[in-house]
Design a protein around this ligand. Structure first.
Ligand code: DC
Length: 229
């Protein structure tokens, strides 16, 4: 029997490059609407962590896709609101957010079989009353029927500066120059890969957050949300 629900749970997608502000903005958007939140980058990061743990090469496509099918992840928040992520029961919160893991995630994310393996996992987050999905291909591949698609951009130097500040706040020490180089390399790989490259969906609303704070960006998005949903 066909199990497709008559009314699909609404999704808002927020795609964009690293440092565009999409993580913070989409989390706040989800909280504002009382909707679920998907940080799809965290799934690619978890896979990269699991691969390192199991000694699987970052280009071993078949082994990585099989690994994606069997890892168990748990996202929790401490009472003070701090994120805690468990991978097969092990706390990987700190490793997950490092630049090294981001870079490894970007490498595994370029492999088509890995992206296919993560599709069902990502779509399971679509639950009532709605979902805000943050990533690179949320509007183009994972949720092409989203009610509203946002693509957040920002100048590369501004994005590197934000990333550097974020890492410092998390106690991760690295130079601004290293972050600039890393942001450039990751952008290049994410935008030029053959499968699900980082591009705005045709029907996406593009917002440049370079000179906007988080509040102003969120307000702009909420205006669109109220016009659409
Ligand atoms: O958003 P992030 O920095 O946590 O993502 C880490 C990497 O994962 C990013 O460089 C590319 C990849 N990624 C992806 O290819 N598709 C997504 N939907 C999310 C992340």
């Amino acid at each position: 029997m066909n199990q497709t629900p008559l009314i699909q749970v609404p999704v808002i997608t927020v795609d964009g490059p690293s440092g565009s502000g999409k993580g913070t903005v989409s989390q706040r958007l989800a909280a504002e609407l009382g909707w679920h939140f998907l940080d799809s980058g965290a799934l690619y990061r978890l896979l990269a962590c699991a691969a390192r743990r199991d000694g699987i090469g970052l280009n071993d496509e078949a082994a990585l896709a099989a690994l994606a099918d069997r890892i168990d992840a748990e996202f929790t928040f401490s009472p003070s609101g701090e994120e805690r992520v468990l991978l097969d029961g092990e706390d990987v919160t700190r490793t997950l957010r490092s630049e090294e893991t981001g870079n490894a995630a970007s490498q595994v994310a370029a492999l088509p079989a890995v992206r296919t393996a993560l599709l069902a996992w990502q779509r399971r987050y679509r639950r009532p009353p709605g979902l805000v999905a943050d990533g690179r291909d949320m509007g183009t591949v994972v949720f092409p029927d989203a009610a509203l698609k946002i693509f957040l951009e920002a100048r590369p130097e501004e994005r590197a500066y934000r990333r550097h500040k974020q890492l410092k706040e998390k106690g991760i020490n690295t130079s601004l120059e290293a972050v600039v180089a890393e942001v450039r390399a990751r952008d290049e790989r994410d935008r030029t890969r053959a499968t699900a490259p980082l591009v705005p969906a045709e029907d996406a609303c593009i917002i440049d957050s370079s000179d906007l704070g988080i509040d102003a960006t969120l307000a702009l998005i909420l205006d669109r949300v109220h016009g659409k949903i």
